[in-house]
Design a protein around this ligand. Structure first.
Ligand code: 6PG
Length: 239
């Protein structure tokens, strides 16, 4: 296993700026190598902050050749302000020339599957299939170590086969969510954690200490070519 890279910044703003520059570099290199880059986005303050920074400066990224997925989303109506996808459109996707056929939003609760969350999960799993490899999977993290909607001691966190599952009892509201699972996260070339704040320090330390993914889901996420922790000083204070 390749050792994770841990970068510590003075502020969230610096963290986001470095992540932005590295994201541009990674996506451009992926496009040079394979024509199309594939990314999984995340919500949260730094995840959306990164997208806003990219709206201001995305260098030589050719947005029409980026396949865009989400690591998780809330199973609420499409226009709900807490949808990670809606926030990503506001922050970035409405402002760059993406190819709509390459933007893969998880179904909302008022979409084609109505409130059938299991059908919505199966549909996204079909879309991901067995072959999707993200060039980078972005992750925020909760203080108890959740990533995507993979919370400690849950079936979704234990999933080792299905690429996408429905969560109906999320400990953090709203209860209904769709989430990618560890088999697909860990098939990503790179996994990047974007984490700030002292309330995240214990989980950051647990992941670096190799604790179990059941106790600390963040400890179970890694890329095949690289895992990068973008931290501010407060989040890194337990290292
Ligand atoms: O689905 C959710 O409930 C949140 O989106 C959550 O997963 C968030 O991404 C992390 O808690 C990090 O959020 P912050 O970076 O804002 O702390």
């Amino acid at each position: 296993m390749i050792a994770p890279e841990t970068l510590v910044f003075e502020s969230s703003a610096e963290l986001i700026e470095t992540a932005r520059a590295r994201f541009v570099d990674l996506v451009v290199r992926a496009q040079e190598a394979r024509g199309v880059a594939s990314v999984a986005l995340t919500g949260g303050s730094n995840g959306i902050g990164l997208l806003k920074a990219l709206a201001a400066d995305s260098g030589d990224i050719c947005w029409s050749r980026v396949e865009i997925y989400w690591g998780d989303d809330r199973f609420v109506p499409a226009t709900h302000p807490e949808r990670n996808s809606g926030q990503a459109f506001d922050a970035l996707l409405n402002h760059v020339a993406v190819d709509p056929s390459r933007v893969h939003v998880m179904a909302p609760s008022d979409g084609e599957f109505g409130d059938d969350i299991a059908a919505a999960a199966r549909d996204y799993a079909r879309l991901i299939g067995n072959d999707t490899v993200f060039d980078v999977h972005l992750l925020g993290m909760g203080g108890e170590g959740h990533v995507n909607s993979l919370f400690p001691h849950t079936a979704a966190t234990a999933e080792n086969v299905l690429p996408v599952v429905a969560v109906t009892d999320s400990p953090k509201p709203p209860p209904a969510r769709l989430t990618l699972t560890f088999p697909v996260i860990n098939a990503s070339r790179e996994v990047w954690f974007l984490v700030s704040g002292a309330e995240k320090a214990e989980a950051v330390a647990a992941a670096h200490d190799g604790e179990s993914r059941d106790d600390w889901p963040c400890a179970g996420a890694r890329g095949t070519e690289g895992t990068v922790w973008f931290l501010d000083h407060a989040a890194a204070s337990g290292l």
